[in-house]
Design a protein around this ligand. Structure first.
Ligand code: GLN
Length: 468
């Protein structure tokens, strides 16, 4: 599909639509929408920004490519002047004191934030059902979950309520909902985009990334949001990815693509997805792509390693929510009781489960046995990726073992939900760039490369759209 950003840009330039008209229409769609994607619609600020863009155009001034383009922001980002709730009761009235770096860069380029989007609270979940605002609903079938945690963002993009959305991905939260709603979603290399102003879930895997309907928009947004940020020491200066990459007549032959045997032979993998995945592999071979079968760690081990680290980190990160500095507070007759009442009342069951497990994992006597072991395994997983990328250029895999389940089934089966992250969490532990592309199988395909190879992923993804 062509670039939505460029299409809107052309419409604005040619006068086919006014920015105010466009923003008004999208706001109306967001407010009326039956998918429960919007925690907060930013009507006033969006219309103000739109009218400035219209004035600029009518006075003959030039506008930048992103100027006037309406977008969505997952409600775990700070955006100055608006509430950042993390879809939690805890922060339902919490006003952002500043804007996240990634969002600020889009604001500086003139893009217009329209909506703070529904998600699993604090990013905890794979179905968007763990939200104080209730579940968002899948774009293609409202009885199904949209995936999580960036469910609202994926649905807004798929339905066209936003031109693109910005999500956070700790263990799959951009890629899995992108797959469930038939759009693109990229988790870049860890450190590619600043996390400053993204509420911390598991800091060692938290990433910021775009969800969109085209590869070209992913490219534009990566270039806009990336770069070194003194406020996030993990960030680095990255190259600008040129538009030429899509016109270079990129040959697929000569490429070596790997896939993990044990991902595909996993008995939890949906039969239809498995069949389509093998058909895709055959197609690649027909086009002279060398395909290699690789061995990797079992998905159960990947899920355990990820959840041990993610729970430990979230227990530490969320310790700051004690009713004193941020969000809601219940006053009791002692400070300790106040903390306890506030935290037990305002965190959801799922978040409490993770905090309790995380503190257990980090506690004296358990840390060596559980936490440090998971750290060691993570190093081995990273080593395994390094070896694999000596042999292959890219790795393809399904996004999720299953198709989106019905709404209402996931919250009381946490273990099943954790296991559904089987194919996304490993790449997060490796800090690798990985893209969900809506081709190949019903829930798309995941394309992963070695660190900082975003360009190679986009090139291959483009080629795939031509092959399938
Ligand atoms: N589903 C995973 C979890 O709950 C990933 C979530 C995320 O990436 N924020 O941890």
């Amino acid at each position: 599909m062509e670039s939505e950003i460029k299409r809107i840009h052309q419409d604005l330039l040619s006068g086919r639509v006014s920015c105010t008209g466009l923003v008004n229409r999208k706001i109306e769609e967001l407010k009326q929408n039956s998918h429960n994607t919007a925690n907060l619609v930013l009507t006033e600020t969006a219309l103000e920004a739109a009218s400035e863009v219209d004035q600029k155009i009518s006075s003959g001034k030039k506008i930048g490519l992103l100027e006037g383009i309406p977008f969505g922001v997952k409600d775990v980002f700070l955006l100055k002047g608006s509430v950042a709730s993390a879809s939690s009761n805890f922060l339902k009235n919490y006003q952002s004191p500043y804007s996240a770096t990634a969002i600020q860069k889009l604001l500086d380029a003139g893009a217009i934030p329209l909506v703070k989007e529904n998600c699993d609270c604090f990013g905890h979940g794979s179905s968007n059902e763990n939200s104080a605002f209730g579940p968002a609903k899948n774009a293609l079938d409202e009885t199904l979950v949209p995936g999580g945690s960036s469910g609202g963002s994926a649905v807004n993009v798929a339905k066209g309520y936003t031109a693109f959305s910005i999500g956070g991905d700790t263990g799959g939260s951009i890629r899995q909902p992108a797959g469930y709603n038939g759009i693109y979603g990229l988790k870049p290399t860890y450190g590619y985009i600043s996390r400053f102003g993204l509420m911390a879930y598991a800091s060692s895997t938290d990433c910021v990334g775009p969800l969109s309907t085209s590869l070209e928009d992913i490219r534009i947004l990566l270039n806009t949001m990336s770069g070194k940020d003194p406020r996030d020491q993990t960030t680095f200066e990255s190259i600008t990815i040129s538009e030429d990459l899509f016109h270079e007549g990129y040959p697929a032959n000569g490429l070596t693509v790997g896939y993990y045997r044990n991902f595909i032979e996993n008995e939890t993998l949906d039969g239809g997805i498995k069949k389509d995945f093998f058909a895709l592999i055959e197609k690649l071979k027909q086009h002279q792509v060398e395909v290699k079968q690789l061995e990797f760690y079992d998905t159960d081990l990947l899920v355990s390693t990820y959840y041990i680290l993610a729970m430990a980190e979230t227990a530490s990160n969320l310790a700051r929510l004690d009713g004193m500095t941020y969000g809601r507070r219940i006053i009791a007759d002692s400070l300790k009781k106040g903390y306890a009442l506030t935290r037990s009342h305002y965190f959801t069951e799922e978040t409490k489960r993770r905090i309790i497990a995380g503190n257990q994992i980090l506690s004296h006597g358990h840390a060596e046995e559980i936490y440090l072991k998971a750290r060691t395994l993570r190093n081995r997983i990273t080593g395994s990726f390094n070896r694999d990328f000596q042999e292959v250029d890219l790795i393809i895999s399904p996004v999720s073992p299953e198709k989106p389940p019905q709404i209402g089934g996931s919250l009381d089966k946490p273990l099943e939900m954790y296991l559904s992250d089987a194919y996304t969490v490993g790449f997060s532990l490796g800090g690798l760039p990985t893209l969900t592309s809506p081709v190949g199988t019903e829930t798309g395909i995941q394309i992963t490369a070695a660190k900082k190879q975003e360009k190679e992923i986009l090139q291959f993804a483009k080629r795939l759209t031509e092959l399938v």
